[in-house]
Design a protein around this ligand. Structure first.
Ligand code: UDP
Length: 323
């Protein structure tokens, strides 16, 4: 049995689906603060909060857990700057509860949902795993702290881990039954699609004077189904005795905000009004990751790498969700 914390959320629900496609049984543990019960279409949903250690114990006693996939976290960068307590408490303290339960119940493998936000403004591009991690907001810092804790728990308690540092997760399940749905929504692609659907008047472009090819920020968008595939491979790797380590998950290519808007116009066939705004605080100009290590060690290669496919799947989901 695999425990998927945060499995009702955007990324967690896609991994939960793929675990089932690969023959695993899962129990999803989610407090449903940001997650959606209807996204848990596979396995068993147990509603609960990692802050509640008694409830957590119940789960470890009730199920014979072999490994944990840990997605439960808050992930709004701006909010983390305004309310760091919320992030350190939920992301770091509650992860300690989870890890302590794993140690107590002798569960040896964890796949941890980390982020390129742990790098801050990267020294070089594309970002490789060995680069200095100097996060520029409490969200990124909270994820980096967990990475450090995992290293120490590995040394002290033989807990095996893979930290997967995602670049910009995007897209939706190609079959269209799950996808991205945040409240509030702050991410570029769902906001662009909302503008395409007429649910918003426009899309704001945060910054037009970045040192990039068209002045807007460049990000490495990675399909959520490709992310899911990397998680399954990371678990296989650990089960086969692979050394605990971290992997970047990205496409090694970037799209600018304006390029994503242009591609979305093509895919949706709709007009999308762009409004130029000031830079958003804390945004590095370019974030593009090298996933060579994941390719070499895990044998992972993204299948849905191009931005058009990502947008196509996200649009299909947006239209299904809307009606
Ligand atoms: N962005 C934008 N308008 C929006 C939301 C985002 O121009 O309404 C930009 C943002 O500045 C960044 C990129 O789109 O350069 C991706 O932002 P998102 O919030 O989707 O992900 P992040 O890179 O913050 O993880």
């Amino acid at each position: 049995m695999i425990l998927v914390t945060g499995g009702a959320g955007y990324i967690g629900s896609h991994i939960n689906k793929m675990l089932h496609q690969n023959g695993y049984e899962t129990v999803v543990f989610d407090n449903l603060v940001y997650g959606h019960s209807e996204a848990v279409k596979w396995g068993t949903l147990e509603i609960g909060d990692l802050a509640d250690t008694n409830r957590l114990e119940e789960i470890f006693l009730k199920y014979d857990i072999d490994a944990v996939f840990h997605f439960a976290a808050y992930a709004y960068v701006g909010e983390s700057v305004k309310n760091p307590h919320k992030y350190y408490n939920n992301n770091v303290v509650n992860t300690l509860h989870l890890l302590d339960a794993m140690v107590k119940y002798n569960v040896k493998h964890i796949i941890f949902s980390s982020t390129c936000a742990t790098y801050g403004v990267p020294e070089e591009l594309p970002v490789i795993e060995e680069m200095r991690q100097t996060p520029i907001n409490p969200y990124g810092a909270s994820k980096l702290m967990i990475e450090r804790i995992l290293e120490d728990y590995h040394r002290a308690y033989e807990l095996n881990y893979c930290c997967l540092r995602y670049f910009n997760a995007a897209g939706a399940s190609p079959e269209g039954e799950i996808g991205e749905s945040h409240t509030p929504e702050t991410h570029l692609i769902p906001l662009i699609l909302a503008a395409a659907a007429g649910d918003r008047d426009n899309i704001k472009v945060f910054g037009t004077d970045y040192p990039t090819r068209d002045g807007s920020c460049i990000r490495d968008y990675i399909h959520v189904t490709d992310l899911a595939d990397a998680h399954i491979k990371a678990l296989d790797y650990l089960k086969n005795g692979g050394k605990s380590t971290s992997f970047n998950l990205g496409n090694c290519t970037g799209s600018s905000v304006l390029e994503v808007i242009r591609a979305a116009k093509e895919i949706t066939g709709k007009d999308i009004r762009a409004v130029f705004e000031e830079r958003r605080r804390g945004d590095p100009p370019i974030l593009v990751g090298s996933a060579k290590k994941a390719e070499r060690v895990l044998g992972w290669k993204p299948q849905y790498g191009d931005i058009d496919t990502i947008l196509e799947h996200a649009w299909k989901w947006y239209c299904i969700k809307r009606y």
